[in-house]
Design a protein around this ligand. Structure first.
Ligand SMILES: Nc1ncnc2c1ncn2[C@@H]1O[C@H](COP(=O)(O)OP(=O)(O)OP(=O)(O)O)[C@@H](O)[C@H]1O
Ligand SMILES: [Mg+2]
Length: 252
C-alpha cells in the first residue's frame, strides 16, 4: 500500500521535471538522455555508483550547471536557463555533497541567512531557525561556528538551510553521509516530515541503499549517465541487474 500512496497525493502542475538531459565534460558523458520527475508529497531516491551522474543532475536541475541537451521544468514552466537564485525563490532548494556552509557564521545564523535570502523577514527567519534546528536535532549547537561541526552535523545543517527557504522541492545530495548507523532512522523521519508536513517533494541521493529503499516512494537508478532502472523500492529490490551494477561498484 505504501507504494500506491504517492499517486493519490499528486496534484496537477506540482511537479519538477528534467527531460532528456545530456551533459558531457571533455568527452565524458556524465549524463546521457536522463529524465527525472519529482512530484510534491513524494520522496524519490536517486542511487548509483560513484560517477553515475547524480550530482551533475542535481546541478542542472538547480541551475548550477546547464545541459547540452534536454530541459528542466518547474510546475510546467521551462526554467532550463534560470539562475539558481531565481529557482530558489520559486521553491527549489538543494543540499551540497561538499560543504558550502558559511563557516564564519553560527549554526543558527546559517539557517536564518538562508531564509532571509529568499525574502523572509528577520522575525520569520528566527522562527524558521527555531523550528528547523529542532527538527534536525541541532538546537544544542545553535551558537557553534558552522566551521567546527563534525561531518554528520554539517550535513544536517545543510538540510536545515535548504528547508529554511520553504521549498516545494528539495534535492538532497548525500545528506546522511557522516551520520552514524544509529542516527540514520532519525534522519529517515526528517525526510518523511519534509514530505508529509512541509508537503515538499524530496530527491534523496545516498549510498546507504537501506535508507533509500526504506524512505523513498520511488527509486531511480543511474549508471554511467543513464537510467538503469526505476520503480518502487519493492521493484528495485527485486531487480537483479540493479543489484549487480550497484553491488559490483565501489560500495559493495
Ligand atoms: N565539472 C566537471 N568537470 C569534469 N568532469 C566532471 C565535472 N563534474 C562531473 N564530472 C564527471 O562526470 C561524471 C559524473 O559525476 P557526478 O559527480 O555527477 O557523479 P555522482 O553520481 O554524483 O558520483 P558520487 O557518487 O561519487 O558523488 C564523473 O565521471 C565526473 O568525473
Ligand atoms: Mg555526487
Amino acid at each position: 500500500m505504501k507504494d500506491a500512496a504517492p499517486e493519490a497525493r499528486r496534484r496537477p502542475g506540482e511537479s519538477l521535471r528534467a527531460g532528456g538531459v545530456s551533459r558531457s565534460f571533455e568527452g565524458v558523458h556524465a549524463l546521457d538522455g536522463v529524465t527525472l520527475e519529482l512530484h510534491r508529497h513524494e520522496v524519490v531516491g536517486l542511487i548509483g555508483p560513484n560517477g553515475a551522474g547524480k550530482t551533475t543532475l542535481v546541478n542542472i536541475v538547480t541551475g548550477f550547471d546547464f545541459p547540452d541537451e534536454g530541459d528542466v521544468e518547474l510546475a510546467g514552466e521551462e526554467i532550463t536557463s534560470w539562475p539558481p537564485h531565481r529557482r530558489a525563490r520559486n521553491g527549489l532548494a538543494r543540499t551540497y555533497q561538499h560543504g558550502r556552509l558559511f563557516g564564519g557564521l553560527s549554526v543558527r545564523e546559517n539557517v536564518e541567512v538562508a531564509a532571509l535570502g529568499v525574502g523572509a523577514g528577520p522575525r520569520e527567519a528566527r522562527r524558521r531557525a527555531d523550528e528547523l534546528l529542532g527538527l534536525l536535532g541541532l538546537d544544542a549547537r545553535e551558537h557553534a561556528s558552522a566551521a567546527v561541526l563534525p561531518h554528520g552535523e554539517a550535513r544536517k545543517l545543510g538540510v536545515a538551510r535548504a528547508l529554511a527557504t520553504r521549498p516545494r522541492f528539495v534535492l538532497m545530495d548525500e545528506p546522511a553521509a557522516g551520520l552514524s548507523e544509529a542516527e540514520v532512522p532519525g534522519f529517515a523521519e526528517v525526510v518523511r516530515t519534509v514530505r508529509d508536513e512541509h508537503e515538499a517533494g524530496v530527491l534523496l541521493i545516498d549510498h546507504n541503499v537501506g535508507l533509500v529503499l526504506d524512505v523513498c516512494d520511488r527509486v531511480q537508478v543511474l549508471d554511467e549517465g543513464r537510467t538503469l532502472a526505476e520503480g518502487t523500492p519493492t521493484e528495485i529490490r527485486r531487480n537483479i541487474d540493479v543489484t549487480a551494477a550497484y553491488l559490483g561498484g565501489a560500495h559493495a
